[in-house]
Design a protein around this ligand. Structure first.
Ligand code: GLU
Length: 496
């Protein structure tokens, strides 16, 4: 590609950063990075009533969290209002647009008549298109409100070569003379978007197929404004299992990038997952480093068909698409442990469980804990939920573990304090000594070693499963192990 690639991500700041929007940003970013190009962040805040500061902040924070960096901007569409008006005036002056004085009521009446007459076209009938300049000036002088309409060519084809979908075209005559400036003098978004893309010298427009309803009209605007039409690449939509668009209203928070941050996702894991929702490398690879992804990415491999976000509302097992979770778990297990520890630190801080010693004398213990736990965890959030007992004395014992492994065996009231006493007699509790002590005690008592060990797991870690219990006796500090084993009496007392 000889020309400098310039792409943009132009969100409308009317809500949180949607994962679909994030995917658009990611595709543009990958394309820019691959070609040494420029990514522009443009906030399309023209809809003043729906745009909010909070949303702008959320979008920017979301992109930063994902690691999607832009090279220019953020620009704000409202700051360029004068450009939008100038473009509309230019089109008017060159006879490529005209003032239309038809009222809403007139338009509706004529539309109904066209429908009744079964005309193939029921869009704007072009009544004001050929008003003489004198007639138009007279109506304007009368104070009649007007909109500005674009003069669509009456013949020929309008089209473009979509990088994903191939040739898209339509007879120009099928496109009605569309409005570009409202009767209140405000240019329509459709025009603003083109004017901004021309000013920002955008070479490629990578956006969702939901914008395709605008594209042919926008192609006409580029041509009329004497600008080169950029390359378009329209990405598939993301649908749920019932083929409905994923939205906050029907799917809740899981469509917001923020949700993944709050649920312990690793930013790059979410990027990796979102890229696969709408693009494929042409082989069966699913995990990509940043460099690999930039290298592999191309517009031609964007999928044509819709992507499926595999999520069932109310699913008790998976809180979002299981593939997103498994990709996150992959990164959790394979990234350098120090990087995961830094993310776990944030989780602990958020919960008020961070101990500064984890950065000092307990650093080694902290890193070993993270390394040990990550084998079974799926998100960094799991460290403060399932893994809470490693960082706090204030944790709950999993209900199933309590019922099945503790309360079923009243003998534990004697057995666990005995185990505590014997461990206490050891100078140092190593995994090997813990094993010998626990098994020796079980044998003497004539019980299966699993009974005290499973109960010890419940009392020490709060969980029903986890790393080897012998390792854990050695991993937790001695006082904690003894104290938690001796809590058994209390537990029977509380639940009796
Ligand atoms: N502001 C539009 C949106 O947020 C983007 C339009 C475009 O990409 O051309 O959907």
């Amino acid at each position: 590609m000889s020309e400098q690639v310039r792409v943009r991500f132009p969100p409308s700041p009317t809500g949180y950063l949607h994962i679909g929007g994030a995917r658009t940003a990611i595709f543009n970013w990958l394309f820019a990075r691959k070609h040494g190009g420029t990514l522009i962040l443009r906030i399309e805040d023209t809809d003043a009533e729906r745009s909010t500061e909070e949303s702008i902040r959320g979008i920017i924070e979301g992109l930063e969290w994902l690691g999607i960096d832009w090279d220019e901007g953020p620009y704000f569409q409202t700051e360029f209002a004068a450009d939008h008006i100038a473009a509309a005036e230019k089109l008017l002056a060159e006879g490529k647009a005209y003032k239309c004085f038809c009222s809403k009521e007139e338009l509706e009446a004529r539309r109904q008549a066209a429908l009744a007459a079964k005309k193939s076209q029921v869009g704007y009938d072009g009544k004001c298109r050929d008003l003489s300049p004198e007639e138009a000036a007279r109506l304007e002088a009368e104070g009649r409100p007007y909109v500005v309409r674009f003069k669509t060519p009456r013949d020929g084809e309008v089209g473009y070569e979509d990088r994903v979908l191939g040739k898209i075209s339509r007879p120009a005559a099928e496109i009605e003379d569309f409005v570009i400036v409202r009767s209140n003098g405000k240019p329509l978004y459709l025009l603003c978007n083109v004017v901004d893309d021309i000013r920002d010298r955008i070479t490629h427009i990578i956006r969702g197929q939901d914008h395709m309803t605008n594209t042919l009209r926008q192609v006409l605007l580029y041509q009329a404004l004497g600008a080169r039409v950029p390359v378009f690449a329209h990405m598939p939509l993301t649908l749920d299992l019932k083929k409905a668009k994923i939205s906050k209203r029907s799917h809740g928070e899981i469509v917001a990038v923020q949700f993944y941050r709050d649920h312990g996702f690793i930013p790059w894991a979410l990027v990796n997952f979102l890229v696969l929702l709408g693009w494929n490398p042409g082989d069966d690879r699913e995990i990509f480093s940043k460099e690999e992804l930039i290298q592999a990415f191309s517009l031609e491999r964007i999928n044509r068909s819709n992507s499926i976000f595999n999520y069932r509302k109310g699913d008790a097992k998976f809180f979002t698409d299981p593939k997103a979770i498994s990709i996150n778990a992959h990164y959790l297990r394979t990234m350098p442990v120090e990087e995961i520890a830094a993310l776990v630190k944030k989780e602990l801080e958020r919960e008020g469980l961070w101990d500064p010693a984890y950065d000092g004398e307990k650093k080694d213990w902290f890193l070993r804990t993270v390394d040990m736990l990550r084998e079974r965890f799926h998100t960094t959030r799991d460290f403060v939920t399932a893994g809470r007992a490693f960082f706090s004395d204030d944790f709950e014992i999993d209900e199933k573990a309590l019922k099945k492994n503790v309360l079923k065996h009243p003998g534990l009231k004697e057995w666990l304090p005995m185990l505590a006493d014997r461990l206490e007699a050891e100078a140092v509790i190593t995994p090997e000594r813990a094993e010998a002590v626990a098994k020796g005690l079980a044998e003497e008592l004539g019980i299966k070693p699993g009974i005290p060990l499973n109960a010890a797991r419940a009392l020490i870690t709060g969980q029903i499963k986890g790393p080897s219990m012998f390792e854990l006796f050695a991993h937790f500090d001695r006082a904690t192990v003894l104290e938690r084993l001796r809590r058994i009496g209390e537990i029977f007392g509380e639940t009796a």
